[in-house]
Design a protein. Sequence first.
Length: 156
Amino acid sequence: MVWIHRVLSYFYPHITWTQVYYVNVVLRKTGHFLGYATLSWFAFRAWMETLAYQRERWLRKLGKVGPSHRRWHLRAAVLAVLVTLAAAGLDEFHQLMLSGRTGSLHDVILDSMGGVFAQIFLLLYWTWKNNGRHSRQLSDTDSVDREHDDGIAVDQ
């Protein structure tokens, strides 16, 4: 905490140690939240690829060969959150075994919320990305259809 005090006192010369303590808590909790959000994102990517691979294998067995399109899967998101929850729980359990450290259910909940946040962010991103692609495809198709109708492309 001393280094935080030195940095903050450069900008705020009259900062108290209590304020430094609260800044330290916020920085640590934010770091955990973002770290577990990143873990959840990586776990989602891993589960998404695993599920797509299993689907491709299953389709090959049925004689339907073709690549499986990568898309957002609820199953991959739930599994990613469960991976995050397990990692957070094991981390807090490990802290119970160390002297000078405490494990907390509040930290497990905070870390898991980082995982849930990442999945909501991924869902919103995936939806936005696919809606943009869908609207571009519609506008391209509409202009082609108008071209075929009267032979002249009409720009709107």
